[in-house]
Write a protein that binds this ligand. Structure first.
Ligand code: HEM
Length: 152
């Protein structure tokens, strides 16, 4: 259990922390300092490097989460509302990431390859909004995961 919960937590830190940095630190600076022909390839480079970590993180969260849920706690009927809430929010976060990865991110890579900057902007705006939502869901899920057991 100690290894599973440590990996679970570290994976959440990498995923949510990375999204927070991209959305709240890198994004406003890139928008203020770089024109689309420099900004959009930068984002493709950043996501090409960050998204593989997100794949590793969410697979680790799912594997360790289900292992703890079924292997340690004895299944869905044996856990509190906070684990069910974390489970639901976790699956929603994974669904949003997979949509971002296979739709606007794929579109952004195509637009940058074709130097279609107006098209690229549409995809970046979509990614920005969805990563913003996933960052808020991530903080909420971490708060529920860490503090929920003391509430219910
Ligand atoms: C399939 C989805 C998930 C399942 C089944 C799951 C399951 C669990 C379980 C069983 C625990 C242990 C609870 C306890 O010790 O009382 C836990 C803890 C935790 N989970 Fe999740 N989880 C999931 C997704 C997530 C996600 C997406 C995040 C964050 C983004 C997250 C963050 C945490 C945190 C912060 C803890 C507390 C760790 C600690 O006490 O040190 N979980 N999770």
């Amino acid at each position: 259990m100690s290894i599973a919960i440590t990996l679970h937590l570290l994976a959440a830190v990498i995923w949510v922390g990375g999204m927070f940095f991209a959305h709240q630190v890198l994004r406003p600076i890139a928008a203020a300092q770089l024109e689309p022909p420099l900004r959009q390839p930068l984002w493709v480079g950043v996501f090409n490097r960050f998204f593989p970590w997100v794949w590793i993180a969410f697979i680790t969260i799912l594997v360790t989460g289900y292992w703890m849920l079924f292997g340690v706690f004895g299944g869905m009927a044996k856990v509190g509302l906070y684990v069910h809430t974390m489970h639901g929010l976790g699956l929603l976060m994974v669904a949003i990431f997979l949509y971002v990865y296979f739709v606007p991110f794929a579109g952004l890579k195509r637009a940058v390859a074709e130097q279609a900057w107006p098209e690229g902007k549409k995809h970046i705006d979509r990614i920005r909004d969805l990563v913003g939502i996933n960052t808020i869901l991530g903080f909420l899920t971490i708060a529920i995961g860490a503090g929920g057991r003391f509430l219910v």
